[in-house]
Write a protein that binds this ligand. Structure first.
Ligand code: AMP
Length: 123
């Protein structure tokens, strides 16, 4: 899937629309989700044009991959989530209901989060 530079996270990265920023460095930007699904619900996005985990891990420079995942860890730490625990999640594609086609890792925390998925698996 080709990267669409008009997606909303691309606009946030370019400063065209605001976000509730939590953290930023040369590799990543983190901001609170506009529609939180937990007491803490933060998104971390890489600074680069990547749709999802597949193209990011295949095509991004190693320094960006390292920097991005370090940022995810730092954000969880700075949000005070490490001791009680938290969940990270990255949706990719249709089956995962990815809404925004710019790689993002959700960080959820602030309460017991229940089972990993809210539906029972059935074939
Ligand atoms: P996903 O379904 O994994 O693509 O998740 C996209 C997430 O982006 C959803 O949780 C939305 O609530 C969130 N979102 C969409 N627009 C914004 C925005 N302008 N600022 C912050 N979060 C947003």
């Amino acid at each position: 899937m080709a990267y669409d530079p008009t997606n909303i996270f691309a606009k946030i990265l370019r400063g065209e629309i605001p976000c509730d920023k939590v953290y930023e460095d040369e590799y990543a930007l983190a901001f609170h989700d506009i529609n939180p699904q937990a007491p803490v619900h933060t998104l971390v996005i890489p600074k680069g044009e990547y749709v999802s985990m597949a193209d990011f891990t295949a095509d991004a420079p190693a320094e960006l991959i390292t920097g991005f995942f370090r940022a995810v860890g730092k954000v969880a730490e700075e949000l005070g989530l490490v001791e009680a625990g938290y969940r990270t999640l990255a949706n990719a594609g249709t089956n995962a209901h990815q809404e925004v086609p710019h790689l993002h890792i959700h960080i959820f925390g602030g309460k017991p989060l229940g089972p990993m998925l809210d539906t029972q698996f059935s074939s």
